[in-house]
Design a binder for this molecule. Sequence first.
Ligand SMILES: [Zn+2]
Length: 217
Amino acid sequence: MRVTVLGCSGGWPAAGRPCSGYLLEAGGRQVWLDAGTGTMPELLRHTTLADLDAVWISHLHPDHCSDLFGAFQALKYGNARDDRLPVYGPPRWASAFEAFAGPATGVFEVHELVDGGRVDLGPLQLEAVFVPHVLPTFGVRASADGKVFGYTADYEPGADLSRFADVDLLLAEAWRSADAVAALGVRAVITHVHPDLDPLEVAGDMEAAAPGMVISM
Ligand SMILES: [Zn+2]
């Protein structure tokens, strides 16, 4: 299992620093995990929209989903893919999207996440983990090759992270709560740090995500 950091800025992008977006690869499957601002051009350095098996939108804050609009345009007006791209997102994500961009169902295969819901991609299994945040938000537990990868997505300090306590690697959007992640005792990479903060300082003794970083497990 391998995760490529497409972007890791929290809140808003900075020069050369897109927002949250990660390419998860395992067993020949590829998932674009959050389509934050600026991550689609980075995604296309590594794969194509046609090769993606799914897109996972944790929640509807722009720093996690705004590049879904770019994918929509490429699929609708270009020849990026013949079939619909499966997109998993929070309840009613498609209607929110359509308020900006028009009907999405001809371009996207619309799936809504529920807590504990599973997505079967053959050798790669995904499980939604609800996390408390301003908007309905779903992190993920991804299992493949006997390994488990966890992604917290954005969450409020004080959230119960115990469902990530057994993972082999945790990608944690913990810019406000790194101590709680450290307490889990798992290998953790801290991401989603606001551009005006120092990621290394926030991460402390843990690893800090950086654009282009590849994490293997
Ligand atoms: Zn958020």
